[in-house]
Write a protein that binds this ligand. Structure first.
Ligand code: NAP
Length: 505
């Protein structure tokens, strides 16, 4: 069950939001009465309420906004119980002072805004002994992924005990996002979500529509297979949206999460990922594409050549590494040039063509390798001469210093730098005068879909290929590696375009 937290400054807004949520099929909300600017007027809020309610009056030391005295807060909590709210949140030190009354169920909570204490059992045992809880909620701040995994192990173990109140353990912040989405796997009775995608109520709290419609929270169970993307930062990634949509379209009991994994935590992630949440597959992006390689047991030869891996499949103790970027990029450029998809058995139209690849990072290496594989003569331009020369040598390509990139006559130009990416949408890695009609111009940047470079190229009469095509192509290939099934590229393209236009609204 999803409990949608409503945090508004005015009674009017709170009542409106509550009704809107009920109209959108939400059956359980948390009213954060501590957010109200005036003293809570229960006679306005509680009669004829549109759904079940958990009433919370959080004090500042626990991350809340209550401005009154503690005596006033305790009085309000008692009144809420007397008024018969379905659930009441009582902090673990306060619960023993407030007796059970009527049908109101008690969520006895512990918050730690600083850290995740070592002895989580002691906190739970104290609540079991003195709190008279129906649900035990423990929300802490993780300092590392180890803290997140400890919290998950604690939740699993606690909920295996028969006859005890169920435990909901939340690791706050982006690091602990998975505890909010996957709690049902480990017996959590419900999870919290935000009523708004614009308001930050608690760190890491997802928007209820995303949790319900993208992650399909209510369908997650102990058998749900977990996939995800590791990156840092990860919040901007479109991969959770496309993969979850494809899982949903094929009614698969699978979920795909964004995992924020700082570079220093990659070992910890891999040491725990299969045991803690039975991870089945991963997309890998900045900054892990190269570092991930030595965590794998078997590599596709292209991964070794490019020295970058963007896909990992877990099978028991085995971890297989692939690179779907290079195939996707070469295929979409080839398709644009031939005007149709070219079967692998046919000679590639790229054969013998000259291609300039701008940038020698992850995407640049994938493009250079993919185009070379199809027989193109590739020149790599990078502002870092040492890096660029080394990458070009390892892939059998030519190198050219960044300043000289406009001086070559090539049939294909591929931008693999972030130049032109939102918000710097008026920048281009190449001047108009260096573009010629008849060229094919590719841009790895997909936000915006039609970059300044692509707009100029279109004006010059070039064929253009956007980063959306590569993104969709690599995601489709990943989906096949993850599930053994195909998904439709046009379906994924539609989702990406809709999301990109929503971002820019
Ligand atoms: P990366 O590994 O960080 O490489 C970026 C490359 O661009 C580096 O060689 C970097 O040079 C160069 N660069 C950055 N800013 C530059 C500037 N102002 N002038 C000249 N060169 C510059 O990143 P990546 O993973 O390759 O990603 C590059 C772009 O491709 C991003 O916009 C990313 O979103 C996009 N991408 C798209 C897809 C897709 O599916 N469409 C897939 C992967 C990446 P230095 O090393 O000197 O900084």
């Amino acid at each position: 069950m999803i409990c949608v937290t409503i945090a508004c400054g005015s009674h009017k807004r709170m009542i409106e939001e509550w009704q809107n949520l009920a109209n959108d099929r939400v059956k359980f909300v948390e009213l954060r009465l501590d957010y109200l600017r005036k003293t809570p007027e229960l006679h306005r809020l509680l009669p004829n309420r549109p759904s079940a309610v958990l009433a919370t009056v959080r004090r500042k030391s626990d991350g809340g906004s209550w401005k009154g005295s503690e005596d006033e807060r305790l009085k309000l909590l008692r009144t809420l119980i007397a008024e018969g709210v379905e659930y009441i949140d009582l902090e673990s030190d306060v619960a023993p002072k407030i007796p059970r009354y009527g049908k109101t169920k008690r969520v006895v909570s512990y918050h730690n805004m600083e850290e995740t204490p070592e002895d989580l059992d002691a906190i739970r045992n104290d609540i079991l002994a003195h709190g008279d809880a129906d649900v035990i909620k423990i929300a802490t701040t993780p300092k590392s992924l180890e803290d997140v995994y400890r919290l998950i192990a604690f939740m699993k173990k606690s909920n295996r005990e028969k006859g005890k109140p169920r435990t909901l353990a939340i690791a706050m912040t982006e690091l602990g996002f998975l505890t909010r989405v996957l709690g049902r796997k480990w017996g959590a009775p419900y999870t919290y979500a935000s009523f708004s995608d614009r308001r930050l109520i608690a760190p890491g709290l997802p928007f209820y529509k995303t949790l319900r419609d993208v992650y399909r929270y209510d369908e997650i169970d102990s058998d749900t297979e977990v996939f995800g993307v590791i990156a840092d930062p990860v919040a901007h990634s479109l991969s959770p949206l496309v993969h979850n949509s494809a899982f949903a379209a094929q009614e698969m009991n699978r979920v795909y999460l964004p995992f924020r994994v700082p570079a220093s935590e990659l070992d910890s992630f891999f040491n725990n990922a299969t045991e803690v949440f039975n991870l089945k597959g991963l997309s890998v992006t900045i900054p892990h594409k190269t570092a991930v390689i030595n965590k794998l047991t078997q590599l596709d030869p292209a991964v070794e050549m490019i020295n970058a891996c963007n896909t990992v499949v877990f099978d028991g103790m085995n971890r297989y590494g692939y690179n779907t970027d290079y195939i996707a990029a070469a295929l979409c450029i080839e398709t644009a040039i031939a005007g149709r998809p070219v079967p692998m058995s046919e000679k590639s139209p790229l054969n013998g063509m000259g291609a300039m690849v701008l940038g020698a990072g992850g995407a640049g290496k994938a493009l250079a390798y993919g185009l070379s594989e199809r027989g193109a003569r590739v020149i790599i331009a990078d502002r870092d001469v040492d890096k660029g020369e080394q990458v070009a040598k390892s892939l059998g390509c030519e190198f050219c210093p960044w300043e000289e990139r406009g001086g070559y006559v090539v049939e294909i130009l591929a931008n693999c730098t972030p130049i032109g990416m939102f918000p710097n949408v008026d920048e281009s890695p190449m001047e108009l005068k260096s573009l010629r009609g008849g060229m094919t111009v590719f841009d790895a940047v997909y936000n915006p879909e039609t970059t300044y470079l692509l707009r100029m190229a279109r004006e010059k009469g070039c064929k253009i290929v956007s980063g959306v095509e590569m993104f969709v192509g690599q995601a489709c290939l990943q989906f096949k590696l993850f599930t053994g099934k195909r998904t439709s590229a046009s379906f994924m393209r539609q989702i990406v375009r809709k999301e990109l236009s929503a971002i820019h609204e």
